[in-house]
Design a protein around this ligand. Sequence first.
Ligand SMILES: Cc1ncc(COP(=O)(O)O)c(C=O)c1O
Length: 447
Amino acid sequence: MSATIRFPEIRTELPGPNAKRILEGDRQYVSPSYTRSFPLVIERGWGAMIEDVDGNVFLDCNAGVAVCATGHAHPKVVDAISRQASQFIHFAAADYYYPQLVQLGEKLQAATPGKHEKRVHFGNSGAEAVEAAVKIAKYATRREKFIGFYGAFHGRTLGALSFTASKAAQRRGFGRQLLDVTHIPYAHCKRCAYGQQVETCHVECLSVIEDVLFKTTVPPEEVAAIVVEPVLGEGGYIVPPRKFFDQLNYLRDKYGILIIADEVQSGMGRTGRMFACEHFDFVPDIITIAKGIASGLPLSATVARSELMSWHAGAHASTFGGNPVAIAASLATFELLETGLLKNCQLMGDYFIAGLRGLREKFPKHLGDVRGLGLMIGAEIVEGSSSGRANVKLRDKILLECFRRGLVILGCGESALRFSPPLVIDRDQIDCALGILDESMSAAISS
Ligand SMILES: Cc1ncc(COP(=O)(O)O)c(C=O)c1O
């Protein structure tokens, strides 16, 4: 198949014969804990396109869950990976030195919000970045308690799971949580848990901390950190108002509570700025980064104020964290973001959001709130009216109909469609995605 194809081409029934064989093997050998929405078995990708094992070509509006920021197999990323792999592939950053760590450390110092001095701990996944952030916060403050948000996703390792509050399935069967985390509703202004309007509210979603938690179950002097996604990811691609961040600053300044911004999903250009915090001029104490950081190679970073990351040798490390091949991919990713993809993400994000809002006119009873920043876009599927109840069944049908027509998207939140394409996507491809969505919604509604 030619890597110049820019639009979907479905050639077999789905799944095709080769895919069917692999699905059988998957059922036999692979953990059933993975959550697959449809039977897509990928063979290769280029730009915003992917091809399955039967030669069907799909338009990818998910990017391996917001990871392949620079598109599939970007030649500059592939080149950086192969050059580094031909030098050395691994040498345990925890025990030895190599220049790549310093290069990426310096890059992250400059690229993350705030001009203060920072240090970086390297890991391999988002959950690991969160684990490191939480350990840093505990170590630096010698406090034990944390505050997190309903709807949040921070990973599934046992420490991160204490913060994750997105779906009951993520906790079911695992008993009591490891860490002392109190969850509160996120700033979901269109569906405010306190029944307020954003124009007139007093940020009840955060003032509840001072007004209720601190007076009852959570003494402020025992709180190490608030862990927050600056744009809620898995929980529905929800963008909080600026005053949410002002209130976080207030809590930090008054009580010495650290703010950990989990930018695992929203970071690395996904929202049209390098980090989502920049949209709100918000400077966190610790920031966690993964997913898009290395265009698909496993790498994560926990970036903290230098004075916070003052733990002793041996306090934390990982054998593979800061792998030099992944760092080479990361440095190439930064370069691509800075030389065009951030700009493309802003432009294409606005275009995509406008297109989705346009579709609301055709589906006023089923397409609700369309929200997002850059190419991190959510569109709620609802019942009856644009502010109606979540319609999970219809959302899942739409995902399947899109897949059958060659558009790959996932869901997020209770019933939202999630659009997180590679940042290389262009206008024609977005038009194509909107056309497929239009058809798929009609088909799903009438079935
Ligand atoms: C905001 C956020 N934090 C943490 C994680 C966990 O990352 P990983 O799956 O790489 O452990 C995710 C994954 O979706 C995420 O979206």
